[in-house]
Design a binder for this molecule. Structure first.
Ligand code: GLN
Length: 251
């Protein structure tokens, strides 16, 4: 009998030990929410070692926290994000993504959490000195853009696809500019600043190409998730969290 009691007590100790261990690991128990991004878009999303960090990564983590979920970030080509959202392999896309009419036909967008600007990068001494130069009579400048971005969409509309070369990320576009295969790169202003800081001999023109709103994209008709994300963005805006995160990355 004594032996059985001792065994039972030992068993209870083990079980309570497991319970304590499990409660330390709450983060693992939370349901996962998956975000698609393209982590070559500093300071919104980029690699710090193996980890994807940046404005979007931090805002998404704060939203996930409000939803009681654990954020998992999936890195992919920018051009694949909307497809991944619609196929349901991820729950939402967040990638400094601009709200456009065409995208609104494919996905739903949250309320906007940040403003974007399409900037023009040229080599120092370039004959292109302002946005208007691109439209000048007889001008046929070669423009580099990131595939599937608003820079790509608008430049193709404005200058024709023969004058626009697409690259899979901003870095490749800037290398093409340095190598002379394109005359300018049209890309979002913050990544433009990071690209110019990392590569000598380049500058951003003072006039911008377009102004836009960044938002989170969600599968069309997923009203429940859209509502939750909008609510979280509103709360994180009201309590200054989003502004704080942006200010940490954009001085
Ligand atoms: N804001 C641009 C767009 O939505 C670029 C975004 C990106 O390259 N990550 O097309």
């Amino acid at each position: 009998m004594k032996k059985i009691i001792a065994m039972l007590m030992a068993l209870m100790l083990i079980v309570s030990g497991i319970a304590v261990f499990a409660s330390c690991d709450k983060e693992e128990e939370k349901p996962v929410i998956k975000m698609a991004t393209n982590a070559y878009f500093k300071p919104y999303e980029y690699y710090d070692g193996e980890t994807i960090v940046g404005i979007d990564a931090e805002i998404a983590a704060a939203i996930a926290d409000k939803l009681g979920m654990k954020l998992e970030i999936v890195d992919m080509e920018f051009d694949s994000i909307i497809t991944a959202v619609n196929e349901g392999s991820v729950d939402f896309g967040m990638a400094g993504m601009t709200v456009t009419e065409k995208r609104l036909q494919e996905v739903d967008f949250s309320i906007s959490y940040a403003n974007g600007v399409q900037a023009i990068i040229v080599k120092e001494g370039s004959p292109i000195t302002c946005a208007d130069d691109l439209y000048a009579e007889g001008a046929a400048y070669k423009v580099g853009v990131q595939l599937g971005t608003t820079g790509d969409i608008y430049a193709t509309d404005d200058f024709g696809s023969a004058n626009v070369t697409t690259y899979s990320n901003g870095n490749e576009a800037v290398l093409a500019l340095l190598g002379g295969s394109v005359d300018c790169v049209i890309i979002d202003n913050e990544p433009a600043k990071a690209l110019v800081a990392a590569n000598a001999g380049l500058k951003i023109l003072e006039t911008s190409y377009a102004n836009e709103d960044y938002a989170i994209c969600i599968k069309k008709g997923n009203a429940e998730l859209l509502e939750k994300i909008n609510q979280a963005i509103m709360e994180l805006t009201d309590d200054g969290t989003i502004q704080g995160i942006i200010a940490k990355y954009i001085k």
